[in-house]
Design a protein around this ligand. Structure first.
Ligand code: A2P
Length: 344
């Protein structure tokens, strides 16, 4: 069976990758509707010999659409998703809006694909850093029972959309030209102050919750990880924006209930769906964000046992957050639903 699909936010950084993933991973489609704001209506997008004309997203966009991939921002999902559900469309949402809703499965297919059977027309795709972390840790959790995670992220500007990438390019040129870099977007478009990202690191991704000292991005990692693993793992996260164009990295420390056997760790990581183990210190092999732009895997390296505890280890991961962290995970959810007989 082939499906009538739509991509909401098709002109955005993630939306464009969603279109690419639909083709690259053979999501069976009969037709593709590209939706964006009125600003983009009429714009032509050519891909793999197909010509698409972008349409404006409205309440009536989902008539006859069977599957929709959403990445136009939480407020757009909040406002328009109900019309798509009413029209009988199954919606895979990359925004944060529905993620913690108990009626909405929050899915990384290789971790908790079975949660999809409980969907009611909406499935959420987790936050990019959470997807990569859960994907890397799922087999270790099965084997050693993870109790606590301490994670620091090194997040690329593309996580802040097209505007974030433009800002890094422009500011880098401004610095090279001997000018003051002008900050307009980062660390967070909606916050009071903006700081240059070029030649800098910013320990703020999204707004802060002043009551507990964590940013929203950090709390997404805390809350979403618990929901995905369906257990009460303690997560302590520090999220940092770095001047990388594309590709997030994370330094992860875990503590487990069971004693860790490193041979088993390497065996599991070397044979996990979605994981590319690149760890060969003698030959300086470890993952870096620029090495893997555009692929759909989570790359894992620097895997090492804690020096003091038998039930703790550290590892380093990188991945293209527009792909594994967003577009690919969304399309992979769709493919998993087909495999489970949930899309008909
Ligand atoms: P548009 O290009 O027409 O503004 P990014 O996060 O990479 O900037 O992408 C945001 C995506 O969400 C774009 O495709 C953008 O379309 C879309 N979008 C933003 N506002 C709206 C809106 N009011 N209705 C529909 N799509 C929207």
């Amino acid at each position: 069976k082939k499906f009538k699909i739509a991509i909401v936010g098709a002109t955005g950084a993630v939306g464009r990758e969603m279109l690419r993933c639909v083709f690259q991973f053979n999501f069976p489609f009969e037709s593709i509707k590209l939706l964006a704001s009125a600003r983009s209506a009429g714009k032509e997008i050519e891909f793999e010999g197909h010509k698409f004309v972008v349409e404006e997203l409205t309440e009536n966009s989902f008539e006859g659409v069977e599957v929709a991939f959403w990445s136009a921002g939480g407020s757009i999902s909040e406002k328009y998703m109900k019309y798509a559900v009413e029209a009988g469309c199954v919606n895979i949402d990359n925004t944060s809006h529905f993620r913690m809703d108990p009626n909405v499965p929050l899915v990384v297919p290789e971790v908790n694909g079975e949660a999809l059977v409980n969907h009611h027309g909406i499935i959420s795709c987790p936050n990019c850093t959470t997807i990569m972390m859960c994907s890397a840790l799922t087999r270790l959790n099965d084997e050693f029972d993870i109790e606590r995670i301490v994670v620091s992220t090194y997040q690329a500007v593309s996580g802040a959309g097209v505007a974030g990438m433009e800002e890094l390019y422009r500011q880098s040129q401004e610095v090279l030209d001997g000018k003051e870099p002008v900050a307009k977007t980062l660390p967070c478009a909606g916050d009071k102050k903006h700081f240059p990202i070029a030649f800098n690191c910013i320990p703020q991704v999204d707004k802060f919750d002043l009551s507990n000292g964590y940013s929203k991005e950090e709390m997404k990692m805390v809350n979403e990880t618990k929901k995905i693993f369906n257990k009460d793992i303690e997560v302590n996260a520090t999220c940092v924006r770095v001047p990388v164009l594309r590709g997030h990295s994370e330094s992860i420390y875990i503590e487990t209930k069971k004693t860790i056997d490193m041979d088993k760790v390497f065996e599991l990581l070397g044979n996990s769906t979605g994981i590319d183990l690149c760890d060969d210190l003698a030959n300086q092999v470890y993952p870096m964000p620029t090495s893997f732009i555009g692929d759909e895997l989570t790359h894992v390296g620097r895997v090492r046992k804690d020096l003091y505890k038998d039930n703790a280890l550290s590892l380093w991961i990188t991945g293209d957050q527009l792909m594994k962290g967003a577009a690919y995970n969304s399309v992979d959810i769709g493919l998993k639903m087909i495999e489970l007989g949930l899309l008909k």
